[in-house]
Design a protein around this ligand. Structure first.
Ligand code: ACO
Length: 309
């Protein structure tokens, strides 16, 4: 069969494209772009919360946070492996990240000012990530879709730990409740921006939907997230910082206020509150880890020689 027809049929039948299957160059490029950005987000995403590991208020919270940040590293590694199945090179992807030639999620360019931010990241940021990533378990590229299943299970756990942390703080003192509200006020709008630009301005959505890489548009997922989060905020006892947020009976959804898209553009183009710091930290970790990579490669080469002998 004509390979292009085979590709189209696989997509049409809702089956998966596998690494050795023929695929259009643009499909490959799009998949590498999305998977690499996603992997970079997981790796850079270790930083904002990682900063609180040494300052966690109890041994229990420290152990939970440490495990969570390690999970994010694991997610990054599965995703780099998925990108490698498309012919991408991990070293090259890392170089592109630290040289600012590849993107990562805007959300990780905001500072974590208090321990409540750890809870709010779990609740809102990981909540948004789940909303966006559960449909990606049905993404048309097999290795990506399969990686997403495990990642989503772990993200759900992260989301619950964040919510549990916040419930604990909300049962505490007035100062603790204020700390939670302050964190919610700072993270709410950036969390909505995680879903990407509005559909009308999204470069890739139409093609990615046609190829079934994406199963829903940016705006559809953003709306789903708002609808899901409003009752959780009520249960928690916090106010979402949007005077226009209200239930719309006719639409069967919540209406919400205008997002400041100029802020998203600024943060994506490198001018967010912590962009420079995040990249500098990643670059330093990469450079300081060079001897570990060299030692691991030397060990692997030695082991291979031994196998042959
Ligand atoms: N932060 C940074 N860049 C973004 C963001 C964002 N929140 N949203 C969109 N962009 C970028 C896109 O990557 C694209 O840039 P490019 O053309 O240079 O590659 C551009 O803005 C236009 O956006 P879209 O056309 O809407 O891009 P796309 O169709 O890829 O949709 C989305 C963006 C929704 C983020 C999609 O790529 C996706 O679902 N990715 C997988 C999930 C993911 O990466 N999550 C990371 C954060 S979650 C976490 O790590 C906990």
């Amino acid at each position: 069969m004509d390979p292009e027809k085979g590709f189209e049929q696989t997509i049409e039948r809702d089956q998966r494209i596998e690494p050795r299957d023929w695929m259009p160059d643009r499909y490959r490029t799009t998949m590498v772009r999305q998977i690499a950005q996603h992997a970079h987000s997981e790796i850079i995403g270790m930083q904002p919360e990682g900063e609180w590991i040494t300052r966690a208020p109890s041994l229990r919270r420290k152990a939970i946070l440490l495990a969570k940040v390690q999970d994010e590293a694991g997610h990054g590694l599965y995703l780099y492996s998925a990108a490698e199945t498309l012919g991408a090179d991990r070293t090259d992807l890392t170089e592109k990240l630290i040289e600012g030639r590849q993107k990562y999620s805007s959300i990780f360019n905001y500072p974590t000012l208090s321990f409540a931010d750890v809870g709010v990241i779990g609740w809102l940021v990981d909540g948004a990530a789940i909303c966006n990533q559960v449909p990606l378990c049905r993404s048309s590229y097999g290795p990506y879709a399969r990686a997403m299943i495990r990642i989503c299970k772990e993200e759900s756990f992260h989301q619950r730990q964040g919510y549990e942390l916040l419930m604990t703080l909300m049962r505490g003192t007035d100062a603790q409740r204020e700390m939670v509200q302050n964190a919610v006020d700072r993270w709410w709008w950036p969390s909505l921006m995680m879903f990407g630009p509005p559909d009308a301005d999204s470069t890739h959505t139409a093609q990615s939907m046609a190829w079934k890489i994406k199963r829903h548009t940016n705006d559809e997922l953003r709306q789903r997230f708002v609808d899901m989060t409003v009752p959780q905020a009520e249960a928690l006892g916090v106010t979402l910082p949007d005077p226009d947020l209200r239930w719309n009976e006719e639409r069967g959804h919540h209406d919400f206020g205008e997002i400041d898209w100029s802020e998203l553009k600024r943060v994506i183009s490198g001018d967010g509150p912590c962009n420079a710091e995040r990249i500098a930290t990643r670059r330093a970790a990469h450079e300081e880890g060079a001897w570990v990579r060299a030692a691991a490669s030397a060990h692997a080469a030695k082991a291979k020689t031994r196998e042959v002998a």
